[in-house]
Design a protein around this ligand. Structure first.
Ligand SMILES: NC(=O)c1ccc[n+]([C@@H]2O[C@H](COP(=O)([O-])OP(=O)(O)OC[C@H]3O[C@@H](n4cnc5c(N)ncnc54)[C@H](OP(=O)(O)O)[C@@H]3O)[C@@H](O)[C@H]2O)c1
Length: 160
């Protein structure tokens, strides 16, 4: 039996690395998706030194077409995607009074649109296999709110 394919967005980051390692330890072929391929290559080499063999792929999770193309490439070169971990996320903090549209939009695009973009791009694989798991990584700040994070917490801001 060949290994199931797991895709971790933001796999090259802090939490992403731990997720990639755990999935690899559990027997999955793991693909880390991120935007900066120079950083991804350095990460891949340091993970290799730690005993892990990861595949990296360039996907901008905030861009629908990039997700479609990246997931199609993974399915064609490795096999259908069975596990998707929507982990990529950014912060662009600032009080709402000073927050720009770009700060708002970048965070919503990367942290929220990404969940639709990537899930949609993996769904056909999962339906064809009659197996699939999608895990969305959030934050406690999404539940309780946090000062200066109107964009990250989606609409809650306070000043004390
Ligand atoms: N760290 C915390 O304390 C904490 C707490 C609660 C929740 N979280 C959540 O946990 C997740 C991971 O956090 P982290 O601290 O591990 O983050 P991190 O170390 O900053 O890593 C972020 C990862 O996301 C990738 N990324 C950023 N923009 C992307 C895009 N447009 N397309 C694809 N990949 C993109 C980055 O790679 P590139 O820059 O190369 O694209 C990097 O691999 C996030 O969703 C975060 O909101 C974090």
């Amino acid at each position: 039996m060949s290994k199931k394919i797991a895709v971790v967005t933001g796999g090259t980051g802090g939490i992403g690395t731990a997720i990639c390692r755990r999935l690899s330890d559990d027997g999955y072929s793991v693909v880390a998706a991120s935007t900066n391929q120079e950083k991804a290559q350095a990460w891949k080499e340091s993970e290799k030194a730690a005993g892990y063999d990861f595949v990296t792929v360039k996907i901008d999770v905030g861009d629908f077409d990039s997700c479609q193309e990246g997931c199609k490439h993974i399915a064609e070169t490795m096999g259908p995607i069975a596990i998707l971990v929507n982990n990529a996320g950014i912060t662009r903090d600032g009080f709402m009074k000073k927050m720009s549209w770009d700060q708002w939009h970048q965070v919503l695009q990367t942290n929220l649109d990404s969940v639709f973009n990537m899930s949609k791009a993996c769904l056909d694989n999962m339906l064809e296999m009659k197996f699939g798991r999608i895990v969305n990584i959030s934050s406690i700040n999404g539940q309780k709110g946090q000062m200066g994070q109107t964009n990250y917490c989606n609409g809650y801001d306070y000043e004390d």
